[in-house]
Design a binder for this molecule. Structure first.
Ligand SMILES: [Fe+2]
Ligand SMILES: [Zn+2]
Length: 356
């Protein structure tokens, strides 16, 4: 048993645990109190106050438990091993190019029916940014059932809960033509930008129309390494995007490369179709377009582009914050019908945690 005097180090509780000296800030320790006065069985906090000025005495108990007596009379008992470990971080991205990508492919039914397969499939999804499910039913709307059974939530947009990708007359979106689509992320003109995209292939009888995938993080990190000034420019300059049709005028302004507070690339927004030119002083325009060109070169390098053919019953899910998708042109001779939707990433993370 170890007992510390309250005065040993004001504001801290210090004692040895598992042979290591520990130093816990008291305000934090009080915030962690799991007692029924402080925290509801649901895990939600009941005690809203912050206690920066209390003192406390601590005592280690058997079973890695810590007993703390506070100067306001409160008593707390902690399980030390889990203390403060709140979030299991999602699997870290594993960057890829066309050669290094191990394309994660799973059977649609296996993944939905078995938690262990779901866990593995979603782990691979968070690592590579994508996941291909084979043998999905080819009924229209299957993708909504897929997301619901996965435990995710679909973001509804002006396109509806899902949208059709098939050749049509008088389109407002080039996706609904037979034209090639340069690899892009979807809808940077929305706020918030969709985090994940599903594309479900119902029919693909055309010549051409191959799908292309690019790891935007890999391209951005390459730019950071080889042209750090241009990388910095693209992280610091916001770029306008717009989608316009008879019913809406959607606009958003975001940097092409968005950094997390810790400095890692967290989003790549890249869509030349919907990017709008903006006025800046001429020397800034010059350096911006040079940086844009450098990024584009890396995003479209053949070595970075993974190409494959979507078959009927294929359901592709990918991070719209990281993975660019595109397609080659296709012939008008056969039918091609895809459906797409935007599940939010938080529901998929939840599903990954619950499948553990
Ligand atoms: Fe798209
Ligand atoms: Zn408490």
């Amino acid at each position: 048993m170890t007992d510390t005097p309250a005065s040993a180090s004001p504001g801290f509780l210090e004692l040895d645990w598992q042979g290591q000296p520990q130093r816990w800030p008291l305000a934090w320790l009080r915030d962690c109190c799991p007692c029924p006065q402080c925290r509801h069985p649901s895990g939600q906090r009941l005690q809203m106050e912050v206690f920066p000025e209390l003192s406390a005495r601590g005592e280690l108990l058997a079973g890695d438990r810590l007993q703390v007596s506070w100067s306001d009379g409160h008593e707390s008992t902690y399980e030390l091993s889990g203390l403060g470990r709140f979030a299991e971080p999602p699997p870290a991205p594993v960057l890829w190019n066309a050669e290094s990508l191990e394309f994660p492919e799973f059977d649609y039914h296996e993944l939905l029916d078995h938690a262990s397969v779901r866990r593995e499939g979603l782990t691979r999804f968070f690592e590579s940014g994508l996941l291909l499910l084979k043998n999905a039913p080819t009924a229209p709307g299957t993708l909504l059932e897929f997301v619901a059974r996965l435990g995710g939530f679909v973001r509804e947009t002006n396109y509806g809960k899902y949208y059709e990708v098939q050749v049509a007359e008088n389109v407002s979106n080039l996706a609904n033509t037979a034209l090639p689509l340069e690899a892009h992320t979807d809808n940077p003109y929305r706020n918030p930008v969709p985090t994940v995209q599903c594309l479900h292939c119902l029919i693909n009888e055309t010549g051409g129309g191959d799908s292309m995938l690019v790891d935007g993080f890999h391209a951005a990190e390459d730019l950071r390494r080889t042209a750090p000034e241009q990388f910095r420019e693209l992280t610091q300059r916001s770029v306008p995007f717009q989608y316009l049709d008879e019913s809406c005028d959607l606009r958003n302004t975001v940097p092409l490369i968005d950094l997390a507070p810790e400095g890692g690339v967290q989003v790549v927004h890249y869509n030349r179709r919907s990017m709008r030119p903006q006025w800046m002083p001429p020397h800034q325009l010059e350096s911006f377009y040079a940086a844009l060109s450098s990024l584009r070169e890396r995003l479209h390098a053949p070595a970075n582009t993974f190409t494959f053919h979507l078959e009927p019953g294929d359901l592709l899910m990918f991070s719209n914050r990281r993975i660019l998708h595109g397609r080659t042109a296709f012939s008008h001779s056969g039918a091609r019908h895809l459906q797409g939707c935007y599940p939010d990433v938080d529901g998929l993370l939840s599903s990954w945690r619950r499948a553990a």
